[in-house]
Design a protein around this ligand. Sequence first.
Ligand SMILES: Cc1cc2nc3c(=O)[nH]c(=O)nc-3n(C[C@H](O)[C@H](O)[C@H](O)COP(=O)(O)OP(=O)(O)OC[C@H]3O[C@@H](n4cnc5c(N)ncnc54)[C@H](O)[C@@H]3O)c2cc1C
Length: 425
Amino acid sequence: MTTLIIGGGWSGLAAAITCVQRGQPVHLVESAKQLGGRARNSSWQDLTIDNGQHLMIGAYDRMLAMMQSIGIDTNDVFHRQAMDITIHDTDYPPLLLSSKSYLPWPLSLAWNLAASAGVSGLKQVVQLQLSITRLLSENDLSVSEWLHQSNQSKRLVKQLWEPLCLATLNTPIEEASAHLLAIVLRDSLGKGKSAADSLIPRQPLGDLFPKVAANYIQQQGCTISLQTRVKELVIKNGKIAGAITDQGANLQADNIIVATNLSQSKKLLSAHMEHHSPLEYPICTVYLQYATDTRLTALMLGMSGTVSQWIFDRSEQTPGLMAVVISAPGKHEKMAKDELIDLVCKEVHEMFPAMPRHAQQGFVIREKRATFACTVGIEKQRPECKTDISGLWLAGDYVANNYPATLEGTIRNGENCAKLLLDTP
Ligand SMILES: Cc1cc2nc3c(=O)[nH]c(=O)nc-3n(C[C@H](O)[C@H](O)[C@H](O)COP(=O)(O)OP(=O)(O)OC[C@H]3O[C@@H](n4cnc5c(N)ncnc54)[C@H](O)[C@@H]3O)c2cc1C
């Protein structure tokens, strides 16, 4: 049996690892020069940076298990810390989402929330948490409608829920699926203290998993072909037969896993199956290089009321380097690079006066199709991994599961897809 995997992002790699671990050889083809897809290495001057700042959390258990299964020491490659997030705002005092306290979890979280947002703020958050079970049993609605129904104050909407919704769903609250946000909250805050830990990579994303995964797959005798784009699938009598590359090669296979991003999958599959069409939304990362002794007061800080949403201190990899993340569509998309760098520097300085007004250098990476948009009713639009065409399977972050576009969701889909394929007679 020959298995072809199209796409060398984290999902395609997870599918390949699962296959080889069960003794099934694979051929993985990737159109780019490097593996990693939307979580890959990029370069700026002589620095290796990420194509976009990523944050993982302790609840990413399949991602951690997959890494460990190929020999990655996850204690070594991540800076793991208990949840300790402060969101700074242009109008309100800082709000604390933190487990730092002598109290046990989740009282520690409640204590810090009450200390920063008042007892009424804490009560509102508890009210929202308590509404999750009912919410999930009813039709989906937008996050802003859910917040309104659960009587969340203007402050909590602006300083807590908007930033969390953008960070997790990459979708503005007016459009975002309340169901998906509720599931994220349930799984990250409701599953014990360690599930909410922040995992900040100590290495560039491409070194963290894709490079090690590629070595592992090749050591098992499997082939990885870079710069090989599949332009067409070959299907005969309702069964997959192979794929044609843009160089005209016909790659024959009994099984094909399409592990490409949503828009590429739509192109490859449009002739063969009805495909649902969620939108894709951008994420912009602005790298700012300050003097090497410049530090934030924490590894990451939230910002609200500003175009900038989160700032990460990347000094552990490159002293004085900060990464500012701007999720979802917005006015920043139309701004020229230098204008955006200047605005972000100004916002950072105004929010954190100890930071210099200007960075020495700045660099902008815009990922225009960073994630599928998690809009209302999205659950019903995501395709299953098994298709109607015998031998054709789908992996990738947009395939149905309970996660938004995350590395955990995409690794789960890659792994599940490979397992289904292997278990199908
Ligand atoms: C800027 C940014 C920030 C993010 N932040 C976070 C975060 O903090 N936490 C988190 O968990 N997730 C985050 N994500 C989401 C996460 O990176 C993605 O969900 C994940 O990388 C998707 O992996 P994938 O394998 O499904 O798809 P992709 O990474 O898109 O991989 C698909 C691969 O297929 C290749 N390909 C496409 N078409 C073809 C073809 N025709 N032939 C051959 N190859 C093809 C592509 O080149 C690509 O390498 C972020 C994403 C971005 C862009």
